[in-house]
Design a protein around this ligand. Structure first.
Ligand code: PLP
Length: 433
């Protein structure tokens, strides 16, 4: 529209996308709509909202205006059509899978995963009758041997946590599409400031907003973004979720009913069925905090990437360090993919091994003073953890190795403290061991 401002750039969208100042109160910041419910104009209005004849606020388990701004903002940053907020990244991942994959069906996932995602896929989804089939993300061709008529999607992480491998997203997307399957990507570790998987063929993007999107380690949250690129209606028999009458909505066919608002049947089905029934909604307070965080996302990701690059180089040169694994280092096995998919910086996440193995690594973790020992990534502050005994402890040794976790591996999430202060802390901790 003529009177809408231009909002092409990532920084502009991080500050403005999804929010217009309201005419009545004129609040510049996004207000926190702390309400469980929204009043209806009359019974007809209520019935129209409940039966999806009209879109609008009903109840904050389904939608909330503060969460709505966040959903639109992240969708804009990712280049998607619709977003959906969740109480955590895990809730978002489960929703992304379970909206299209049900008991008796299977999906194909890269092995290089956050430990909680691996547990969800291997154990909890199995209890629901859903089978995961793992492929090596470095070998997209291996997907071919895993797909059958009950396969529903292909899944991978942009940068596998904590292997920090960078798969060839476009090649995996091509494989998924050759099998007429949607490609779901967890973009938590890169954030849309560094990589936008939809530009490389992903159909759905998921996030733990707990990490870089929030950026300050102050709340847990998750997000699913629907690109609207996957054409469910091209294969109606395969996708009855969207193309056949929905029992929970008096026989409505989502794909047909929603044609006027774009190809967003996946996102709207997820909201009106999965989110409604599981209640894993994001609170407006959480959304407000994530909105504050996203305002500085491009600046922060630049600072994380620059600091991490310097720290990786410094660790590489340190005589107490055995190896360093950071996708921005030319020695990294996926350096070419890292440069291709994240040309403006490779983020703040790395692993390294200390000479002396596991015991020496534990000594470092026990001796850091400025760096925090905790189970998170993507905070403004620098964080360290020993994955084999914590985040990935539930995986057996083979699965740990496939996920990039050796007994001695230390995971470092580099914040943007001053470089000299970080290296002073690392140096004293390396020597204390
Ligand atoms: N995806 C990745 C890559 C993660 O690192 C995490 C958490 O560490 C999650 C998903 C899960 O997110 P949350 O802790 O918000 O449930």
């Amino acid at each position: 529209m003529a009177d809408e401002p231009q909002m092409k750039g990532m920084s502009t969208r991080s500050l403005h996308a999804g929010h217009a100042v309201d005419d009545e109160h004129k609040s510049r910041a996004v207000p926190i709509y702390a309400t469980s419910s929204f009043t209806f104009d009359n019974t007809q209005h209520a019935a129209d909202l409940f039966n999806l004849r009209q879109f609008g606020n009903i109840y904050s388990r389904l939608m909330n205006p503060t969460v709505d701004v966040l959903e639109k903002r992240v969708a804009s940053l990712e280049g998607g059509a619709a977003g959906l907020g969740f109480a955590s990244g895990m809730a978002a991942i489960q929703a992304a899978i379970c909206t299209i994959c049900h008991a008796g069906q299977n999906f194909v996932s890269g092995t290089s995963l956050y430990g909680g995602t691996h547990s969800l896929f291997t154990h909890t989804l199995k209890q629901l009758g859903i089978e995961v089939r793992y492929f090596d993300p470095a070998d997209p061709a291996s997907i071919d041997g895993l797909v059958d008529e009950n396969t529903r999607l292909v899944y991978a992480e942009t940068i596998g946590n904590p292997k920090w491998d960078v798969p060839d997203l476009a090649a995996i997307a091509d494989k998924a599409h050759a099998h007429k399957l949607p490609f779901v990507v967890d973009n938590t570790s890169a954030s849309p400031a560094l990589c936008r998987p939809i530009e490389h063929g992903a159909d759905v993007v998921v996030h733990s907003t707990t990490k870089y999107l929030g950026g300050h380690g102050v709340h847990v949250g998750g997000m699913v973004i629907d690109s609207a690129n996957f054409k469910w209606a091209d294969d109606p028999d395969k996708w009855p979720e969207f193309c056949a009458p929905n029992d929970a909505y008096h026989g409505m066919v989502f794909e047909e009913a929603l044609r006027g608002v774009g190809n967003v049947a996946y996102a709207i089905h997820m909201r009106t069925n999965w989110l409604r029934d599981t209640g894993a909604a994001m609170s407006p307070f959480a959304a407000f905090l994530f909105i504050q965080g996203i305002e500085t996302l491009p600046l922060r990701m630049k600072a994380h990437s620059e600091n991490a690059m310097r720290i990786a180089g410094w660790l590489h040169e340190h005589d107490a360090v055995e190896w360093v694994n950071y996708p921005g280092l030319p020695s990294h096995k996926d350096y070419a993919n890292a440069k291709k998919y994240m040309p403006d910086g490779q983020g703040g996440l790395m692993t390294f091994g200390v000479k002396g193995g596991k015991a020496a690594g534990e000594a470092l973790v026990n001796n850091v003073k400025l760096i925090s020992h905790l189970a998170n990534i993507g905070d403004a502050k620098t964080l360290v953890i020993h994955p084999a005994s914590t985040t990935h402890a539930q995986l057996n040794e083979d699965a740990q190795r496939a996920a990039g976790v050796a007994p001695e591996t230390l995971r470092l999430s580099v914040g943007y403290e001053d470089f000299d202060d970080l290296t002073a802390d690392l140096d004293q901790a390396l020597r204390a061991g």
